[in-house]
Design a protein around this ligand. Structure first.
Ligand code: ZN
Ligand code: ZN
Length: 268
């Protein structure tokens, strides 16, 4: 896994445009196909074998809610840009009293606000840049961090449910009856795919919980410069409605500022 990530990083650094052209569609299609496959298998194959009619319907509703949040947050994440260029023109230059906090980006050839940094793949500076995500085909930053958090949360929850139910099915239907057939092979394959997806998303989710908790970023996971306490940190990323944004990506939750002015831990 680490070798794969390192190779991707190396290739992305050397051929950013080619990387975006190839890896974005591949990663997005792979992610969507896995989500739809796991959803359909759960609903049509696993749930009917494990649950009664009533419970099966409840499980369907839960699964639809999870899928809605995975796909909705993924789309919202893609559509909400955090590039410095998305700011109103008068906010793309620092006010006199903020000038000392901004830095010059050699690649954009203009001033950039604090906590923003350049992404070679997006070819622009990103407000409070967290990281570049190939599964949402863009950078995670000030304006779409909330959507990425819930996208990761619901993917971890969904794959976790699939993992438990597939494991129960495997034990109950096959291992207990000591049957090894094509169906066992398919269920084992499904279990393995789900396990990989679950581990990857749980690792990312634990990083993101830490990022929200300390108001830092994926590449500065130990930084506490902007840690204003859990309530404020949460509102900075999730917006005015805080954790209620878990209900839906369509909930309006305005952010406290435009991503150019950052209060530090020990400043007033
Ligand atoms: Zn830049
Ligand atoms: Zn990027």
């Amino acid at each position: 896994m680490c070798i794969l990530v390192d190779t991707l990083h190396h290739y992305a650094g050397r051929n950013p445009r080619k990387f975006v052209k190839i890896c974005h569609p591949v990663a997005v299609i792979l992610g969507l196909a896995t989500a739809v496959l796991l959803f359909l298998v759960q609903m049509l194959h696993v749930a009917p074998q494990l649950l009664s009619d009533v419970l099966c319907k409840l499980y369907w509703m839960l699964a639809i809610f999870i899928m809605y949040n995975i796909l909705g947050n993924m789309l919202a994440c893609y559509r909400a840009t955090s590039s410095v260029a998305s700011l109103p023109e008068d906010r793309q230059v620092p006010a006199t009293e903020e000038k000392h906090l901004w830095h010059y980006c050699d690649l954009c050839q203009k001033m950039s606000p604090p906590r923003s940094w350049h992404c070679k793949l997006c070819e622009c500076c990103i407000l409070k840049r967290d990281h570049h995500c190939i599964f949402t085909a863009g950078c995670i930053g000030h304006n779409n961090h909330r959507y990425f958090f819930w996208f990761t949360f619901y993917t971890a929850l969904g794959t976790g449910l699939c993992l438990v139910s597939t494991f129960i099915l495997l034990v109950r239907n096959h291992l207990a009856l000591q049957l090894i057939n094509f169906s066992t092979f398919l269920d084992t394959l499904l279990f393995t795919i789900t396990l990989f997806a679950w581990v990857a998303t749980v690792v990312m989710l634990s990083f993101q919980i830490h990022v929200v908790y300390l108001n830092n970023s994926y590449y500065q996971i130990l930084d506490r410069t902007y840690d204003l306490g859990i309530r404020s940190n949460c509102r900075i990323i999730m917006g005015q409605r805080g954790l209620w944004t878990f209900l839906s990506p369509t909930i309006k939750s305005p952010l406290p500022h435009d991503g150019t002015q950052w209060k530090r831990r020990h400043s007033e």
